[in-house]
Design a protein around this ligand. Sequence first.
Ligand code: AMP
Ligand code: MN
Ligand code: MN
Length: 330
Amino acid sequence: MTVATEHDQAVSTLRQAERLLLTTHENPDGDALGSLLAMHLMLAGLGKDSVMYMSPDEFPLPWEYRNWTLDGLVGAPPDDVEDRTIVFLDCGNIDRMPVDFLQREGLHIVNIDHHHDNTRFGSVNLVDPGASCTAEIVWRLGRELGAELTTPIAEALYTGLVTDTGRFMYESTGVEAHRMAGELIQAGVQPHKVYRRLFEDLPFSRLELLQRALATVQRHDHGAVTVAHLVKSDYAETGALETDSEGVIDHLRAVQGTAVAVLVRELLGEDREGLRKVSLRATDGRVDVSSIARAYGGGGHTQAAGFTTEAPYPQLVEELRRRVEEQLRP
Ligand code: AMP
Ligand code: MN
Ligand code: MN
């Protein structure tokens, strides 16, 4: 099915739906939260009964989003969940929302996303890998649905756009992304204010965490694989949160000679003992990091992907080096 046909299907499903439950992936990022809130506000503006669901475990949200008031958010399934149209936003794989009530058979799911490796778990799948962010798809849908582009909706969409395009710098940034930015600014977004909220006014602990991460950087294979490693004590001793590691990897990918940047961080919490989250970023066109992430049960985009593993650190680094090498020299 073409993206255009999928788009029409999603539009007619959303038009017909009266009661909806919207959700996104765990550990939500700017695109996840922005798409979720924008879609919710659009549907509510069209007179529909929409609720957003996120697990209470996601709170507090990362620092960047601390002031977001998510009116209409529920932390438990509403009684009528089976009668609601479920909308997944920015979630490539249903296992990225590990919540029983959403994994039940028989739900009517609209899956709206831009990950090329989306597993198409919905009844309706609008998957457009050409979109710079899920927010771009939501923006387009809003237009089709006749939703008014209010300033709060525009701000939510702009957040998804800015964060997922790396501030309009990644390869995914196209003409549409810039056109969308123009329209959102017309609708009342003040880019410098969004920028300040997202990227500045940070707690000092974040800088301290970054300092520790950078102190661990190791360059392998003449710098092709550049790795940083954060362990539990780094959080405990700086007072930083897990979400404060966001952005660390950008420093690694920016270095000359890096083909793949890797951030490995130990997960906190007793139930996650021994688990590590691995983030991958590729700057070399020959490498598709999403395929590496998939080998460990994760996924993502060609140039940005992630997974969680129990593999011990040294073994993990060796494996990643080998997998990158295989792609660089097939
Ligand atoms: P991150 O490294 O967490 O910033 O994630 C980079 C990209 O990889 C994002 O597009 C995520 O959606 C995707 N991603 C991260 N972790 C996973 C995972 N466990 N499974 C599937 N996709 C993931
Ligand atoms: Mn996301
Ligand atoms: Mn996204």
